[in-house]
Design a protein around this ligand. Structure first.
Ligand SMILES: NC(=O)c1ccc[n+]([C@@H]2O[C@H](COP(=O)([O-])OP(=O)(O)OC[C@H]3O[C@@H](n4cnc5c(N)ncnc54)[C@H](OP(=O)(O)O)[C@@H]3O)[C@@H](O)[C@H]2O)c1
Length: 333
């Protein structure tokens, strides 16, 4: 690692970024250092000011943000056996997580420390740019669909048996939603989704049975009619205004009244409390208390050609198994 490290520093909670030379991160036990070749920018990266305080109140400044990286392994820490220097990988940079909270693990830099268990080897035919968009989208979708305090659906498999019930993915064309559509299909569900018209073919190609434009004034009614008498197994509410629509639809259909909301709206908790009186359970893929859990090897669901490992005997999924929080998406944080 003779090359200098450079990072995009977020100077304070009010915003203001600066590119600076930085110390080389190190790989502790169970960690790797990745030479970053591509990053993805997520909506959360643009949040500064009071909302940033609300989202990551624990964060110390200056810091390096950024969650999604792809690149090559530059160094491995003690106990890391799955990777060696030069391997092409994609990883979730956990620096913004509450119990990690450090700039060495922020993705927007040339060299970043990543937990081995949320790092996956890249097949040769997947570029760094293609892979870098996956970690936050996959892990948020998986958290909403599978965590036991969220929708708690059965885990995906490569040859799922059809279940008949329907998963509604509001925001099916978003990064989170497009992963949710594929994962729900891989769990055997029929998927109904929303997307802008230009993305209907795209979302259909991911496996959704029917797609509705979230801008149509009567979109809720269209979805209720498409569901007919079928049961809803769960609803993922992604994007601005999604919870309002999801509550409206779930209140008029049969099945489990569970909604996992990925929209970072401070009102979500209030609305989830109020919805309880109507028998609707809303959980937030946001905040919360990370639960310690044993270390396991990581894999990225939704990227089948990446070398993966089966869930362990507990049936829990290796990538993310902590709390109802995408901010604690790495086990044992
Ligand atoms: N809680 C968490 O841990 C967590 C983690 C990641 C993301 N999120 C949140 O999840 C949401 C999606 O993030 P992302 O990175 O997946 O987004 P993204 O990939 O940037 O999504 C962009 C797409 O969102 C769609 N969209 C815009 N307004 C919408 C609305 N009101 N309802 C439904 N879809 C809408 C548009 O689709 P069309 O072009 O088809 O119109 C647009 O192309 C954001 O609100 C983000 O903050 C939460």
């Amino acid at each position: 690692m003779s090359e200098a490290n450079e990072a995009l520093w977020l100077l304070n909670v009010r915003g203001g970024f600066e590119v600076r030379t930085s110390a080389h991160p190190t790989a502790g036990p169970g960690q790797v250092v990745v030479r970053v070749r591509a990053v993805a920018v997520n909506p959360v990266d643009a949040i500064v000011g009071p909302f940033r305080r609300l989202v990551t109140p624990w964060m110390r400044y200056p810091t390096v943000i950024g969650s999604d990286v792809a690149g090559e392994i530059a160094a491995v820490g003690v106990g890391v056996t799955r990777f060696q220097a030069g391997d092409r990988v994609v990883g979730y940079a956990a620096g913004q997580e509450r119990l990690r909270n450090n700039s060495e693990e922020g993705g927007f830099q040339r060299y970043v420390t990543v937990l081995e268990r949320v790092c996956a080897e890249l097949p040769e035919d997947v570029t760094f740019e293609q892979a870098a968009v996956l970690p936050l989208g996959v892990s948020t979708a998986a958290a909403g669909l599978y965590e036991k305090d969220q929708l708690a659906l059965p885990l995906p498999t490569s040859s799922p048996s059809p279940r008949g019930d329907v998963v509604l993915v509001w925001g099916g064309s978003t990064s989170v939603g497009s992963n949710a559509v594929q994962l729900a299909r891989a769990s055997g569900y029929t998927v109904i989704a929303t997307a802008g018209r230009r993305n209907h073919d795209f979302v259909r190609s991911l496996g959704a049975e029917a797609i509705f434009d979230y801008r149509d004034p009567d979109v809720d009614q269209q979805i209720v009619e498409a569901l007919g008498h079928r049961h809803l197994a769960g609803t993922m509410a992604i994007g601005a205004g999604s919870l309002t629509h999801a509550l409206h639809i779930v209140g008029r259909t049969t099945g489990t009244n569970n909604i996992a909301s990925a929209y970072p709206d401070p009102l979500t908790r209030v609305r989830s409390f109020l919805a309880r009186a109507r028998g609707i359970r809303v959980t937030s893929i946001w905040g919360g208390t990370p639960v310690q859990s044993p270390r396991r090897a990581g894999h990225l669901p939704g990227l089948p050609s990446v070398r993966t490992q089966a869930p362990d005997n507990s049936g829990r999924h290796p990538i993310r198994e902590s709390s109802g929080s995408a901010w604690s998406r790495c086990p044992g944080l």
